[in-house]
Design a protein around this ligand. Structure first.
Ligand SMILES: [Zn+2]
Length: 266
């Protein structure tokens, strides 16, 4: 199998899911929990995530939705994790409210304003652990977003899920157009691992029969980056694979779920 794997985790809470908000047609329900508090499931997921981190030595990048930092309950959890895991845990941007940007049409000003606000919050709370890396909420990314990301100082984008199954998310563009736009703006695109052009990350880990393919692909993935190697994601001369799951996933199986990786390879 190939070289290295970049382990990434997205911090979505239940209220951020597209069924509740952020998408013009998919968002159809009103979230019935308290939007100012972490859901119980997120808290269980966070415990599972911390437990998993304690069981291996690899580096992980957490893509944080920054409106979580405007709540009272999330900042202490993040602070404790950053203290505990040091250089192994880095923080990227997963939007401020998890809006599915490319599904709303071109909006450079709105996207730029969001990035300014979100980046400031992330820097304030993550300090040295912050990295100028972006992951589009629910993978909704379009070529016009590249220039704005570059203006705001972003160096890496990890939003492209190069599968025909989710091609609509690129707002009518082929996936390689997004990658070209990122390249043209000096941003390194770290697209998600696929297998036979099918998604194997995030929800695909749990959606039968994709889940079978997904689990097998994760098990075959190369050794995860260590803290001293993870800087390679910024440098296009290095090639690696990128996988992601969610904090909420760690609440599955009564909190016993872990990513299907061969962590003993560490
Ligand atoms: Zn997300």
């Amino acid at each position: 199998m190939s070289g290295r794997t970049w382990l990434t985790v997205d911090s979505d809470d239940l209220r951020h899911l597209p069924i509740y908000q952020g998408h013009p047609t998919r968002s159809q329900r009103v979230y019935d929990g308290d939007s100012n508090l972490l859901s119980v499931r997120f808290q269980e997921g966070w415990s599972g995530f911390i437990q998993w981190m304690n069981g291996h030595e690899a580096a992980v990048t957490l893509f944080v939705i920054s409106d979580l930092l405007e709540q009272d309950d999330f900042p202490p959890l993040l602070r404790d994790a950053l203290e505990q895991f040091g250089a192994r845990l880095t923080i990227g941007c997963h939007g401020h409210t998890h809006r599915s940007w490319s599904s709303w049409g071109q909006d450079e000003i709105g996207f730029a304003d969001m990035l300014s606000h979100s980046t400031a919050l992330l820097k304030q709370h993550a300090g040295e652990a912050f990295r100028p890396y972006f992951r589009a909420p629910s993978g909704y990314v379009a070529p016009w977003m590249a220039e704005v990301l570059a203006e705001k100082g972003y160096k890496v984008d990890s939003s492209v899920n190069p599968s025909w199954l989710v091609r609509k998310k690129a707002a009518g563009h082929a996936w390689h157009r997004v990658t070209q736009a990122m390249d043209a703006n000096g941003i390194v695109e770290r697209q998600w691992l696929t297998a036979w052009s099918l998604p194997v990350n995030g929800p695909a880990l749990f959606r039968f029969p994709l889940s079978l393919l997904a689990r097998r692909s994760w098990k075959r993935a190369g050794r995860a980056f260590t803290a001293s190697e993870v800087h390679q994601v910024e440098d296009r001369k290095y090639d690696h694979e990128t996988v992601y799951c969610h904090i909420l996933d760690f609440a599955r199986n009564d909190g016993a779920w872990t990513p299907p990786l061969k962590m003993h390879q560490q």
